[in-house]
Structures are given as C-alpha cells and as structure tokens.
Design a protein around this ligand. Structure first.
Ligand SMILES: Cc1ncc(COP(=O)(O)O)c(C=O)c1O
Length: 491
C-alpha cells in the first residue's frame, strides 16, 4: 500500500465474508488513519459522495463516520467537512515505539491513601531458605509431614466429587467450617456454629475483610503500641484512623485508650501473646476491655495468630470465651500452625454479620481454594493436625529453652533475651551502647534475620531491643545466631 494524502488515492481492502458493511468501512478508514495512509488534516468526502462512490447506503457511511468520530479519529465541522484529527490527539504513547528517552508516561496515579501506606509498608519477603536464625514468622517448615500431606492431597484431588471443582462457598468449604468450629470450641473455648466461621486467605485477609466490613473512613480504631503493623495497615487502607495505645504488663491500657479516643468503634488486640512483647492480657484488663466494648457498642478484634504455642502455665482462655455481648470477633490462622504457603485462616463472626462477610468476600476473590480446604479438612479430621500441634509445641518449647540457655551463656550483660512463655519469637533487650539500627544492620550483614523492636512502635517508645524468632530456627542456626550476636556486641 502506498502512502496517500487524500482520500481519492486510498485503496480499501475487500470486505470479509459476513462482516457488517459499516464495520468494514470503519475498520478500513481507522487503519488508514493509524498507519498514516490518511494524514492528519486530510479531508474525507461527504457521506453522500462516499456512499455513491462505493455503492453503499448513506446510513452505512454515517454509522462508520460516527464511530470514528466517537473514538476521536475524525472531526466534522458544519459546512467545512470532515477531517482526520492529528495523531497527537488520539495516539497512545508506546514506550517501545518511542524509545525510553522519549517515553511519555500517562498522568494516571495511585490513590493518596496507597501513596501514604506504602511509605510505611511492612511486608514479608518470599522465603528462599528455611530454618534461619532468627526469622520469626515461619514455623518449623522442615518438620512438616509433607509426605502425609501429599498423600491426602492426592486422594482428595482424585476422589472429590466433581462439584468441588466448581464454584465454592464464599464462607468456606462447609466440612472445614465444621472442623474449625469444633477445634476452636474445645481448644480455645470459642462457642460458635460452623456458619459463623468465614474461611480466609490467612489472618491477614481476615484483617482486611474486617476492615472493609466494619470500618468507615475516619472511624477510630485502638491499636496496641507496639503492635502488629499488618493490622494497622489493613485498617488504615479503609481510611480509618488508627490510634496507638500503650501496652503495659497487663496488656493494652484501656483507661489511656478511653482518654485519648473515647469514640473508637474498634480495638485490635493479641491477648494470649501480645505481638511483639509476648505479654498475656490480665484477667482484670480483659474484663475492663469487654465492658468498655459492650458499653460503647464497639468491636474487639482478637487475633490469636499463634495461641496454640504456650510453653508454661495453664492455657490462656480466649477473650471470645468471656464475651457476653457479641463484641469479640476472633481471628485464627493455619499459616503459623502448619505452613505459611497454605494461606488458610478464619474469622469467627457473630451470626448477624455472616451475610455481610460472605457478600464482601464474594467481590474480593469469591472464596478460598476449595480443594486445599478439603485437604486441610481431612488432615484435621484424621487427627494429624492435633498430633502436629502437640509435636511442634514441644519442639518450640525446646528451641525457646535452647535460645535462653545459649543467651545466658554467651550474651550476659550484652543482650537480655526474654525466656518466651509462648509463641514463636521473643524480645532481646540491648544492654550495651550500640543502637538498634547498628546492631540490626551488622547482624543482617552476618546473615541473621532480626527485627528491631522500634519497627513495631508507632508512638510510645520502648527501650532498645531486637525481636528474635526461634520456632522455625534449627538448633545449629540458634547456636550460630547467638555466637554472631556475641561477636558483634562484645567488640
Ligand atoms: C500478629 C499477627 N497477626 C496476623 C498475621 C498474619 O498471618 P497470616 O500469615 O496467616 O496472614 C501475622 C503474621 O505474621 C501476625 O504476626
């Protein structure tokens, strides 16, 4: 095809079988404009002349012109005629065509809320190794019974009715919801029906879902300080205001919270094992918090991300089990109890909220993958889950003890490592003049994963400390980790 300035020289390709005539004409003219055979400013014949020239109905030509005009390729001026619009007005900048030096980026932006959230974002990197000292967010993945899991998965995938390969239930796979209701009932004293369980993609999605369903922009949420940043981020992403509340030896300071944010409509807490300090909320504080929530008509979000791991004393009852006003919404997760990549968690919601949660879930990702839920259900119902938890509880208790012993032996006067009574990590108070930042950087250079306590602080400063995970770290790594910290701190 030759370049042409005028319509007269333009050659149109023949119409394809079955193609509507107006669409053929529109497509031909559009291609001629885009590839420059019809140049900017070229005048098109009148619809009447064009119709006569090609033996078409005039309405057909008008339809093609209207489409081209709607898309900005041509413009008509009364009495002057119809013209091809300059390419600069309709061309989409193509980086490949223009070269990176002349790349024109669209002015489209991300929301202000996201811009501010990503400045403080806390997110976990993908794992390329396991067992490392002192990673705190992974259980002992190397000891997870993968052969057993694979056998159950193979059986479930083969034998599942074909309907399980279709659309699933937004609240979760019903047999899993029954198994979870039973488990939280006997293990955590959470009395609920299977319908009240909403299966989520881990605890993080549970927090996001809670924020979407329960919060409006400007609502105030009390948040433990120090606390879990993933929760503040989920709440802030809805435009809610997160109010940091200090934590003392009894847990979140309810009196201080009422003073600084009397109109709050929600509080987020980790009563069984405060994240990251590891304190247990006292009985008095629980009663105080529950009565405030009942009086204020506020929600309490109880995050029991690792409550199964308690190494001494009696098991701590959940707040949910003490609640008489349906104020507490309970969040749990299998990512810390089994393995991170499983991405299955759950929320226990009051009956009156079930529908709101199911509908909200349906416009996010519909539901958790049904077949994975079915595998987990079998794993629980056949007793492997209970067995694994008991085994891990003993293992993590041993690892926590090893960390304490190693620290007592090598870090005395340098780093005061707390003897963890629960959970997967502990706090190590810095006793030398080195700053948290300097110690963290040096430790990272030497292959350790440590998080300064200040990363979890919003407003109420803490003494300098590191948080050290131990549950997922193997024995040699714990020993190596302590030796590395000694080498840095005793310089
Ligand atoms: C306190 C707390 N809540 C929730 C989560 C999120 O858990 P999940 O990995 O199941 O989304 C974490 C993860 O580390 C956590 O530490």
């Amino acid at each position: 095809m030759t370049k042409t300035e005028t319509f007269q020289d333009l050659v149109l390709e023949p119409r394809k079988d079955g193609q509507e005539i107006w669409r053929w004409l529109y497509t031909e003219l559009r291609s001629a404009i885009i590839d420059g055979r019809l140049k900017s400013g070229a005048r098109l014949p009148s619809t009447r002349n064009l119709a006569t020239q090609y033996g078409l109905a005039r309405g057909t030509v008008v339809a093609a012109f209207q489409q081209l005009q709607a898309e900005g390729f041509i413009s008509s001026e009364v009495s002057a005629g119809t013209f091809v619009v300059p390419a600069s007005e309709w061309e989409i900048p193509s980086p490949a065509k223009q070269g990176s030096s002349r790349q024109i980026l669209s002015g489209a932006t991300i929301s202000k809320r996201t811009q501010s959230l990503i400045k403080t974002a806390f997110f976990l990197p993908a794992s390329h190794s396991i067992g490392k000292a002192f990673r705190g967010y992974e259980p002992a993945i190397d000891l997870f019974p993968v052969e057993l899991w694979a056998r159950i998965a193979a059986r479930v995938y083969r034998k599942a009715p074909r309907s399980l390969y279709g659309q699933g239930d937004t609240g979760g796979y019903p047999p899993l919801r029954r198994a979870i209701a039973e488990y939280v009932g006997h293990s955590r004293g959470v009395r609920c029906s299977a319908e009240q369980i909403i299966v989520t993609s881990g605890a993080q999605q549970a927090l996001d879902l809670l924020a979407r369903v329960l919060l409006d922009p400007g609502d105030e949420v009390w948040m433990e300080d120090p606390g879990y940043p993933g929760a503040s981020q989920a709440f802030q992403s809805t435009g809610a205001s997160v109010i940091p509340i200090p934590v003392d030896g009894d847990g979140i300071d309810v009196a201080a919270a009422i003073k600084s944010s009397p109109a709050a409509c929600m509080v987020y807490v980790t009563p069984a094992n405060q994240f990251p300090l590891g304190t247990v909320m006292s009985a008095e504080r629980r009663v105080e918090l529950l009565s405030w929530a009942a009086r204020a008509g506020a929600w309490i979000i109880e995050d029991e991300y690792d409550a199964e791991y308690r190494y001494s004393g009696k098991p701590i009852a959940s707040l949910h089990s003490l609640d008489r006003s349906e104020s507490v919404i309970y969040v749990g997760t299998f990512t810390k109890m089994l393995f991170n990549a499983l991405r299955i968690g759950f929320i226990v919601v009051p009956e009156r909220l079930v529908e709101a949660f199911r509908i909200t879930r349906s416009f996010i990702d519909r539901h958790a993958p049904t077949l994975d839920q079915a595998v987990l259900t079998e794993f629980i119902n056949e007793g492997h889950f209970g067995h694994h938890i008991r085994k891990m509880r003993q293992l993590y208790s041993d690892r926590s003890q090893l960390l304490t012993e190693e620290a007592n032996r090598r870090l005395s006067g340098l780093l005061d490592v707390e003897n963890a009574q629960s959970g997967m990590r502990t706090v190590a108070w810095i006793k030398t003049r080195i700053t948290e930042v300097a110690l963290t950087q040096r430790a990272k250079q030497l292959g350790l994963e440590v998080v300064p306590l200040s990363s979890y602080v919003s407003k109420y400063e803490q003494k300098p400390a590191l948080t050290l995970g131990f549950a997922g770290c193997n024995v040699s790594e714990i020993k190596r980790g302590v030796a590395v910290l000694e080498a840095i701190l005793s310089r």
